[in-house]
Write a protein that binds this ligand. Structure first.
Ligand code: MG
Ligand code: MG
Ligand code: MG
Length: 309
């Protein structure tokens, strides 16, 4: 059976490119595999589209139902972030850089998770460990994933391993100006003109279970917060609709990549709890949190502590 390599729902660049990179590695090692994603090509975020175009890669095929399939998970291990019926699939491998989620298996599997900034960094090591050469276009895509996940090395999630991987991958991919590449990606990912507010909220969005409460956290990485100043009301309306669908809290991180901080927009059954989580004070349903760049390393752990997880 062909192994479907798939990243998390609402795929980001790391999810998409890691599916391609790991499927390519598995095939080189003699395991039949194909890259998949939880989106159709149309639904891909603009940054990922740019990355695939830039390096001449085709979008992974869409997977919606995991039942009866063999899956390799990249960039996640939370059931809530997987395709439908993940419990009825056989997970054969996991490569990740997040907290360990709630996926379980009946058999021993390859499980490689490291506290680095990007799954692409872990995969770069796996290619080296197995002495498989990374195809040029795949190296370019992995490089983009690391720049994206680490916000061009500015995120607190970034480690020396990520920088070392970029230094290696840019040579393989023939990319000289990684800053320029990152700015092109940022321009694409922060483009808001003509995009419905709900699409913006879901562009980079994850749901979490916090002590039985469903908490959604979206993030928009922007060159400046002003890019969304006219969209505030529309974004809040979209958050209301999403919250009405059984959520305790919906947060939207408006992250200013240049100022290196986040305006956190909050819609919650318990706003005081969220204020306490981030030691801030809400004004017009939002608060500026200096230095906040990472949902994984800053937002989610604070929420988990506040919710008593
Ligand atoms: Mg990701
Ligand atoms: Mg990632
Ligand atoms: Mg990200």
């Amino acid at each position: 059976m062909t192994v479907c390599v798939v990243g998390h729902s609402n795929p980001d660049t790391d999810s998409v490119t890691s599916a391609i990179a790991y499927a390519t590695l598995l095939n080189a090692q003699g395991t039949e595999a194909k890259a998949c994603m939880q989106s159709d090509a149309e639904g891909l975020n603009p940054e990922s589209k740019l990355v695939l175009d830039r390096f001449g890669l085709t979008a992974p095929e869409e997977i919606t139902d995991a039942a009866g399939k063999q899956l390799a998970l990249v960039d996640f291990s939370d059931i809530a972030q997987g395709p439908a019926h993940l419990a009825d699939a056989e997970v054969v491998a996991i490569v990740d850089h997040h907290k360990i989620g709630d996926v379980t298996t009946n058999n021993p599997i390859l499980f490689r998770a490291e506290p680095v900034g990007c799954t692409g960094t872990v995969l770069n090591k796996m290619y080296k460990d197995s002495s498989v050469a990374i195809p040029k276009e795949v190296a370019g895509a992995m490089l983009c994933a690391i720049l994206s996940d680490t916000v061009n090395f500015k995120s607190p999630t970034c480690t020396p391993d990520d920088k070392a991987a970029v230094a290696e991958l840019k040579g393989v991919a023939g990319v000289e100006d990684t800053d320029g590449l990152f700015m092109d990606m940022l321009k694409a990912k922060s483009a808001v003109a003509g995009v419905p507010a709900k699409d913006l909220l879901f562009r980079d969005y994850k749901d979490f279970d916090m002590k039985g409460n469903k908490v959604g956290v979206g993030q928009l990485e922007l060159a400046t917060i002003d890019q969304v100043s006219d969209l505030r009301d529309a974004l809040m309306q979209a958050m209301k609709e999403v919250k009405a669908d059984g959520r305790h809290t919906v947060l939207l991180m408006l992250t200013d990549v240049v100022k290196e901080g986040t305006d956190l927009v909050v819609l919650s059954d318990d706003p005081a709890l969220i204020e306490k989580a981030f030691n801030g004070k809400l004004e017009n349903a939002s608060m500026w949190i200096d230095g906040m760049m990472s949902r994984k390393k800053q937002t989610v752990p604070n929420l988990q502590e506040a919710f008593g997880c």
